[in-house]
Unconditional design. Structure first.
Lengths: 245, 399
């Protein structure tokens, strides 16, 4: 079962790296299929460079969103923050109905063009699924376990770190996974506000009517997202308690 | 939900019954004092200068906001009961309506003494005040445990008040209204196109997704591969999926001229709708499996015992019992599709996204808003209505 899950992540990952580095080598193929577009492969920036920039944006925003989201959920599930639980859950649910493209576009007037509005939009948007899942995960910890831990003399901090967070980890990870998937997609649209991502060839291609650029960008973006999701699936399987594997 | 000061020794102030409202009021007050409420710019494209509320608005308006803030803070100290929560919700709702009206009036006043080409836009302070007021209203209604009817009436009053204010020209000085006035016809068409894209995708997705979800219920081994594929589709970013569909569709349209004549091609609504359907399949199929699969075997057994045929059992027993779960899937899909359809403008499908991306291209924030705000309202509205519908559903035979 684990091999069956690992294999697609592995071979799709290899395919992604190969395409990322070898796209210029496919130039004759694209040149034959689209004789009117020259150069046949997008060359305003290297694909590896685009990928690293895309990855950097997603990693920075998602890491911050995961940490802040879990912190907010921990606060909302403590006695002192219980008053804010409803509004935190409400904000997380309502915020996710905002179209990502709109969030991104609205971050521009406040922050200007470039990578900054993209990172901020990714962060704000990525926060929501993490908060939602972390609240659900922590609240899903059976009350009996919490009381048993307290009965063993654990401090509230120890209960949180040794009981609640480990048990909530799979649900929290599912939230982070959604958050990262959305971040990869939203960062792609970030190209329209001046961020350098694998979406850049797509938008250059759409604007200049150059179909091969659209294809090159789209295939790489799709593989990037799918491979990342498959890696999360492997991680989720590791976190699952042994008896439920 | 509401914490009682006496029972919670960690509450610093013994009689503070509501700690969410003060935070929202303080946040809004800070934003109204420190941030610009409206921005006056020399023209449509240049950045402007923010003017805070107390400088922008007439003195009575500022006083009114201060009074509302004081009233809300006072209500937090009153022993909580229904009337208190409804009172807080009413005050917050009034602030929500007053904020754009005051912004419009301030804009008109400030523009009077500014150079002719100047424009006035809504600034950060406005958005924070408006957002806090909306949250305060919703939170108060939840504390009052308001039913569906109250929520619906509140939404209708707010929408009606807003429309009435715009009718009498309260917002006319704001550049958002001017962008709207300049694109009056296009706007209606864009909203309609957006709704059409969502409706077309939704219809097709239900027609395909429900049978797809029923298949694993009959043959268990379909389940894993089906959801693996649908999951991967959901993972692919929208613009990539749109891009991947352009080449095959334009090739198809070249090969079959009849398709091109019917308006199907590499760019335009066709690839957009196909992609939107592909994204919608996962929630619909998943909730079909959960909903129909969750109907208690006893109910089906009883129906069979009454002599119903398989088809009758499906339509008269399984579907009605699964309806709340199916509706939840529909709600997720509508919200998701409204958002994704914004991106579809990039491949020439039209809709509200065309304003968003045109505005981004022109550095014109208010044009972005003209596309983004209706899209957000459409998503929130659909979410709200479908939530109410699911709640109003009779729970017949729920286990």
């Amino acid at each position: 079962m684990r091999i069956a899950l690992k294999t697609p992540a592995l071979w799709l990952g290899l395919l992604f790296v190969t395409l990322l580095t070898g796209m210029p080598g496919l130039s004759p193929v694209f040149g034959w299929a689209f004789p009117r577009v020259r150069p046949a492969v997008f060359d305003r920036a290297g694909f590896v460079e685009l990928f690293l920039s895309h990855l950097g944006l997603v990693a920075a925003a998602s890491t911050a969103a995961a940490l802040a989201g879990v912190a907010a959920a921990v606060f909302a599930t403590r006695p002192a923050g219980r008053d804010f639980r409803t509004i935190a859950a409400l904000l997380a649910a309502a915020g996710q109905t905002f179209p990502p493209a709109a969030v991104l576009a609205l971050a521009v007037p406040a922050l200007g063009f470039g990578a900054r509005p993209t990172v901020v939009a990714l962060f704000v948007y990525g926060l929501l699924p993490v908060v939602e899942n972390a609240i659900a995960g922590i609240e899903g910890v059976p009350e009996g376990l919490r009381e048993a831990a307290q009965g063993m003399g654990m401090t509230p901090w120890q209960v949180l770190r040794r009981v609640e967070l480990p048990l909530a980890a799979p649900v929290i990870l599912a939230g982070v996974r959604v958050s990262v998937t959305v971040a990869i997609g939203t960062a792609t649209i970030g190209s329209t506000v001046g961020a350098l991502t694998l979406g850049t060839p797509i938008f250059d291609g759409l604007a200049g009517n150059k179909l091969p650029y659209v294809l090159q960008g789209a295939v790489l973006v799709a593989l990037f997202a799918v491979v990342t999701d498959l890696l999360f699936a492997v991680l989720a399987r590791r976190l699952q308690p042994a008896d439920r594997r | 939900m509401t914490a009682d000061g006496a029972a919670e020794p960690w509450a610093a102030a013994p009689r503070l019954h509501n700690r969410v409202l003060p935070v929202l009021v303080l946040l809004a007050t800070a934003a109204a004092t420190a941030m610009g409420f409206v921005v006056i710019a020399p023209n449509r494209l240049l950045p402007g200068v923010g003017v805070p509320l107390w400088q922008a608005a007439a003195a009575p308006a500022t006083a009114g906001f201060a009074a509302a803030a004081a009233l809300l803070l006072t209500l937090c100290w009153v022993r909580p009961r229904g009337a208190v929560h409804y009172g807080a919700a009413a005050v917050a709702g009034a602030v929500l309506l007053a904020a754009p009206a005051v912004a419009g009036a301030s804009a008109a006043q400030l523009l009077g003494s500014a150079p002719p080409a100047s424009v006035a836009s809504l600034a950060g302070g406005f958005w924070v005040v408006g957002g806090c007021a909306a949250l305060a209203a919703i939170d108060s209604l939840q504390r009052a445990q308001a039913g569906a009817a109250v929520q619906l009436v509140t939404a209708a009053v707010l929408a009606g008040g807003f429309l009435a204010l715009s009718r009498i020209g309260a917002f006319d000085a704001l550049s958002l209204s001017r962008e709207y006035a300049a694109r009056h016809d296009l706007f209606g068409a864009a909203v309609l196109r957006h709704a059409e894209l969502v409706a077309a995708a939704l219809g097709a997705a239900v027609a395909i997704g429900v049978p797809l979800g029923l298949a694993p219920l009959r043959r268990k081994r379909f389940e894993a591969p089906l959801f693996a594929v649908l999951n991967l589709l959901q993972t692919v970013p929208s613009i990539a999926l749109f891009g991947l569909l352009i080449a095959p569709l334009s090739g198809l349209a070249d090969a079959v001229p009849a398709l091109r004549a019917a308006g199907i091609g590499g760019v335009g609504p066709a690839p957009a709708i196909i992609a939107l359907v592909l994204y919608a399949l996962l929630p619909i199929a998943r909730n079909t499996v959960a909903g129909i699969g969750g109907v208690s075997p006893a109910a089906i057994e009883a129906a069979r015992g009454m002599g119903m045929t398989g088809r009758q059992v499906f339509w008269r027993v399984e579907t009605p019992l699964a309806l709340p779960v199916l509706l939840a899937g529909l709600r997720i899909v509508v919200v998701q599709t409204v958002g994704l359809a914004v991106v579809a403008a990039l491949i020439g499908a039209g809709g509200l996204g065309s304003f968003v991306f045109e505005g981004l291209g022109q550095y014109a924030t208010d044009l972005v808003l003209l596309g983004a705000l209706p899209a957000i309202l459409m998503a929130l509205g659909a979410d709200f209505v479908l939530r109410l519908a699911a709640r109003a559903m009779p729970r017949r035979g729920a286990a």
